[in-house]
Design a binder for this molecule. Sequence first.
Ligand code: ADP
Ligand code: MG
Length: 152
Amino acid sequence: MAKYLPYFAEGEVVKGFGRGSKELGIPTANFPDRVVEALPKDIPCGVYYGWAMVDNGPVHKMVLSIGWNPFYKNQKKTMETHVLHKFKDDFYGSTLKVVMLGYVRPMENFSSVDELIKAIRADIAETEKQLKLPKHEAFKDDNFFKTNGEGS
Ligand code: ADP
Ligand code: MG
């Protein structure tokens, strides 16, 4: 997947399927179809780490998953970002910008919620570690996060 990274994406935060991510303490902001369909066709599904920005707020660490959506009989992909920041409110309708910098692991079917949560904790720990590396940290200040998409 390295050939596709860094991968930059930007779009409006839309409603997902309420799979209970928030109840698990790991809400995932979903990108609209247009953004998902723009992904390189053969980019691997799985968990990625990188940086994220909501509207023109601060740049935060994030973990992002690309996966097939069972709701659509696995015909459709989803792209979901968990921002490593505690927000006061939901931000549906906001503009989310992300840069994916590295791959953590493929998607897995966990047999229990506990296992899933453990895996996500490990993903987050790996993300924290990776993003400290100067080559990854540098993207926090990338121009991508400074322009507003209208060329100014
Ligand atoms: P949905 O199925 O609609 O995506 P989730 O349970 O995954 O529902 O919650 C996602 C929503 O939670 C996001 O769209 C966003 O508005 C809100 N949210 C609050 N904090 C975060 C966060 N740290 N990372 C991602 N989304 C968050
Ligand atoms: Mg979600």
